[in-house]
Design a protein around this ligand. Structure first.
Ligand code: COA
Length: 256
């Protein structure tokens, strides 16, 4: 277990809170494992009707812990726990609500594509700069993001690292509402409480009809295989080394 994920059941709502604000809630392997376990347990626990993701501090999450990526790239450590979390999101049949208090980078944004109601703080910014790290999109976002916002916008997010403001994200259908930062969690909890009063069987059936789960899971696996290969490239090693050394990466001398 890790103190960087806080899990709390409030009546029928299971809250999974990212609690590593000093690192912008970057998701370590231990955090992924705790969140995956909670998400899985929520599916089988009859008393839980809604899952709510939130975060402490001023960021939702800065994405995967880049030190874990660097270890995986160097063949050190225990491998990456992100994929199990992503797959659990893909498999989840109960409704998921997200309260996003600020920056959502990488998986912070791609996981929102698997949430059913999303509330953003005015200061939130969504970005998926996988190519900046010489990596590829995950969480089926290579399929889901272009489907939601169109190819060219999604490509600019993936390849140029362009971000979306909270207002843009709502206008593009990626989130429900923009709220003052201190009202986001309250709004998400209210929505979760309302959902919890609805007939769960009908909600689960509706969510199932709205998503092609098998296709999503297949794409997640395809992405994960390419992601793992990309991590072993000189490009990714340079990107991760540059982040650790607090400098801009230089890819110009590397062949494709
Ligand atoms: N993995 C590990 N540590 C991270 C992190 C990540 N993804 N994102 C931030 N941190 C750490 C920083 O190293 C820093 O640690 P330190 O105080 O020990 O030096 C701390 O969190 C605060 O981050 P900092 O960069 O100082 O804050 P900022 O407000 O200037 O910038 C970000 C915030 C998120 C824009 C910047 O940290 C960033 O670009 N992070 C990487 C995001 C990323 O590429 N994620 C993966 C996407 S696939």
């Amino acid at each position: 277990m890790t103190e960087h994920i806080k899990i709390k059941q409030d009546d029928a709502i299971l809250e999974i809170i990212f609690a590593r604000p000093e690192k912008k809630n970057a998701l370590s392997n231990a955090m992924y494992r705790a969140a995956t376990e909670a998400l899985g347990a929520a599916q089988s626990n009859q008393t839980i009707r809604v899952v709510l993701f939130g975060a402490e501090g001023d960021a939702f999450t800065a994405g995967n812990d880049l030190a874990d990526f660097a270890n995986a790239a160097a063949g050190k450590g225990e491998g990456l726990a992100a994929h199990d979390f992503i797959e659990a999101l893909g498999r989840a049949d109960k409704p998921i609500v997200a309260a996003v208090p600020g920056l959502a980078v990488g998986v912070g944004t791609t996981m929102l594509l698997h949430c059913d109601l999303v509330y953003l703080a005015e200061t939130a910014k969504l970005s998926t700069p996988f190519v900046n790290l010489a990596l590829v999109p995950e969480a089926a976002s290579s399929m889901l993001l272009p489907a939601r916002i169109g190819h060219v916008r999604a490509f600019a997010m993936f390849a140029l690292g362009d971000g979306l403001s909270a207002a843009e994200a709502v206008a593009l259908g990626l989130a429900n509402r923009v709220l003052p930062k201190n009202a986001v969690l309250t709004a998400a909890r209210e929505a979760a409480r309302t959902l919890a009063t609805r007939p769960l069987g009908a909600i689960v059936a509706t969510k199932k009809l709205m998503r092609d789960r098998e296709r999503i899971l297949r794409r997640m696996d395809e992405e994960a295989a390419i992601f793992a290969q990309r991590l072993q490239t000189d490009e990714a090693r340079e990107a991760l080394k540059a982040f650790a050394e607090r400098r801009q990466p230089d890819f110009t001398r590397l062949a494709s």
